[in-house]
Structures are given as structure tokens and as C-alpha cells.
Design a protein around this ligand. Structure first.
Ligand code: AMP
Ligand code: ZN
Ligand code: FE
Ligand code: FE
Length: 312
């Protein structure tokens, strides 16, 4: 089954009822979101979206359910993933991969390697927290991330899961506070995880049949616009195909600059909310800092995915 798009979907009447908004950056319980992939598909439909992409961190585990439920709901779907790469800047570099083949050997090997990186980091964070007098165990973390579901045993477990436990136990009052105090760089229990180089992240997405897109450029924390222009130029030479211009962390001025950069390097423009459910408060599916994401972003991306698959 091709997962990148729920084919032959269609809303009751394309000409009159067509809903012109979409969301291309969404997380589920397959990584650190709090709604299951099928629930997210239903939320997307309820929010009036006509298409969406699931982009869980380091895993394709939610894509089959998300694609199947999207088909039932009559909304279009693109299979995605979000990968962390080593950034030349003080911030973080995330690369989205759209239209990937979840069965691809390269992709399965890559996600296994990334999971090993997490498996070695999480016990270090937990041990450090224990040293600091926080009551938390690896078993609790596993329970928090999987809810005890055996099929989620191998999912990527991340800092938001730890943050949620710290909030529940009253060590901090919010997830952002848990990051500031303990989990973010400079925090008391911060450990980095193994990351791919940007070149490898792009290459693995391309080899898996996907199109790489630079996620939320604001999070790179570049010195200035010129440094971002240079980074985008280098990534474009290495196979980058798009920039996420609309995102919950972007101001309208930033969005316009990112669009300009995309135009300069002949890249696609995409947009998404980065919805995580309750592990990232204040974000609704389909809304990025109050902005909606136009359907044309979905169509242009999908057209390029199809073209890449034909060329393969
Ligand atoms: P990890 O996968 O463990 O590296 O954690 C990445 C996740 O943590 C992403 O979903 C981010 O949205 C979230 N995150 C990273 N930094 C922060 C922060 N300072 N406050 C809240 N959430 C954060
Ligand atoms: Zn996340
Ligand atoms: Fe991200
Ligand atoms: Fe994300």
C-alpha cells in the first residue's frame, strides 16, 4: 500500500465544500505527541482540514494507522518523519522528510540507529535526575511513553515524556519549566543525543523516497539572516527541497523572510503547527500562531513527491 497519500479520498463535493487548509507538521503517540495516530486523523478532520502529514520524531511507527484513518475520514495524507541533525548553530536543526517509503531499508536502519542514541541518552538523564534528588525511574519513563502498550515498546522516547513526569510529580509547574531547569542545554540533567550530520539526514530521506524540508528555521538560532541564507544554500546543494515557512514559533516577518529564501533557492514552501497534543500546550492542529496553512502547500509538495517517485 502506498502510504504517502490517501488516494481517491474525497470530500463530499470538491467544488463547493472543499476545505482549503492543511497541516504538514504533526506528532502522535508514535513519538512524543499525546494522541494516537488515528485520533490525530480524526482531529484533523474535525478541525476542517483537507489534508495533513504525520511527522513523528525518528519513527514511521504511526504512519499505517494515520493513513488508514485519513482514508476513512476522507482527508488526504502524506507520510512524514522529523529527524534531528547536528547543527552548526547554537540551536537545533530538524529535517522533515515527506513521502518516505516506511518499508525502505535505509529508513529502517536509520530509525534503529536513532533509537539506540535515545536508548543510551535516557538512562543518563534519569540517573542525573536521581542524583539531584528527583524521584523518577526508567520504568516510570517507559510507562509514561507507552502507557504499557506492548506495541509501543520500541518507540522513540524523548525529553517531553520526562518533562511530563516532572510536572505530574510537582517538581516543576510546566513542560517549558522542566526543559529550562533540567532538560534543555544548560539544564541540570542535560545530555545530548547522537545526531546525523545534515548531509546524512538529507541523503537518508532522499534514499527512502522522501523529500527533505528544513523544519522551523527559527529554532536554528542563527546569528543573523545572512548565516541562515548560507546554511540554506549549503543544504540546498546537498538535496534540501523545501523550507517550513509557517510554524507555531514563527512571526509573520520571519515567515516572509523564509518564503523569500525559499524563492531564492527554488525550494518548496511548507507549513505546519507542530501539534503534539497536551505535551506542548497552546497549539491546535491546523493553526500555527493563529495562522492557517493553505492547501496549495500540500498540493505543491505532493506533486513533487509524485514526480520523485515516478523518477525512481
Ligand atoms: P527530544 O526528542 O528528547 O530531543 O525532545 C525534542 C522535543 O522536545 C521536541 O518535540 C520539542 O518540541 C521539545 N522541546 C525541546 N526544547 C523544548 C523547550 N525548551 N521547551 C519545551 N519543549 C521543548
Ligand atoms: Zn516532539
Ligand atoms: Fe522539530
Ligand atoms: Fe516537530
Amino acid at each position: 500500500m502506498s502510504l504517502h497519500l490517501a488516494q481517491n479520498c474525497c470530500l463530499p463535493d470538491d467544488s463547493n465544500n472543499f476545505m482549503p487548509y492543511i497541516d504538514l507538521h504533526v506528532h502522535s503517540t508514535a513519538s512524543d505527541g499525546t494522541f494516537a495516530p488515528r485520533e490525530v486523523a480524526r482531529l484533523a478532520r474535525e478541525a476542517g482540514l483537507s489534508g495533513w502529514a504525520l511527522t513523528d520524531h525518528d519513527t514511521v511507527g504511526g504512519l499505517t494507522d494515520a493513513a488508514d484513518e485519513s482514508l476513512r475520514q476522507g482527508i488526504d495524507f502524506i507520510a512524514g518523519i522529523e529527524i534531528s541533525a547536528q547543527s552548526p548553530t547554537p540551536g537545533t536543526m530538524h529535517i522533515l522528510g515527506y513521502g518516505i517509503d516506511p518499508q525502505s531499508k535505509v529508513l529502517r536502519e536509520m530509525t534503529a540507529t536513532l533509537r539506540e542514541g535515545r536508548d543510551s541518552r535516557n538512562p543518563k538523564i534519569i540517573a542525573k535526575l536521581q542524583e539531584l534528588g528527583v524521584s523518577i525511574t526508567m520504568d516510570e519513563l517507559m510507562q509514561e511513553a507507552t502507557g504499557g502498550a506492548p506495541e509501543l515498546r520500541n518507540k522513540p522516547i524523548g525529553r517531553p515524556h520526562i518533562a511530563t513526569i516532572l510536572v505530574r510529580k510537582g517538581y516543576v509547574s510546566s513542560v517549558p519549566e522542566a526543559f529550562n531547569k533540567y532538560l534543555a542545554p544548560g539544564g541540570l540533567a542535560y545530555f545530548d543525543k547522537e545526531r546525523l550530520s545534515p548531509r546524512d539526514a538529507l541523503s537518508m530521506i532522499l534514499q527512502s523516497g522522501g523529500l527533505p524540508v528544513l523544519a522551523h528555521p527559527v529554532q536554528l538560532k542563527t546569528r543573523d539572516d545572512e548565516q541562515l541564507r548560507q546554511i540554506v544554500g549549503e543544504l540546498a546543494e546537498q538535496g534540501l527541497r523545501g523550507i517550513e515557512v509557517i510554524h507555531s514559533d514563527h512571526t509573520p516577518v520571519q515567515t516572509e523572510f523564509y518564503k523569500h529564501l525559499a524563492h531564492e533557492y527554488e525550494l518548496l514552501i511548507t507549513g505546519g503547527s507542530d501539534f503534539h497534543g497536551s505535551s506542548k500546550k497552546g497549539i491546535s492542529i491546523g493553526l500555527a500562531a493563529g495562522r492557517r496553512i493553505p492547501r496549495e502547500y500540500f498540493d505543491a509538495l505532493n506533486e513533487q513527491i509524485e514526480a520523485a517517485h515516478v523518477a525512481h
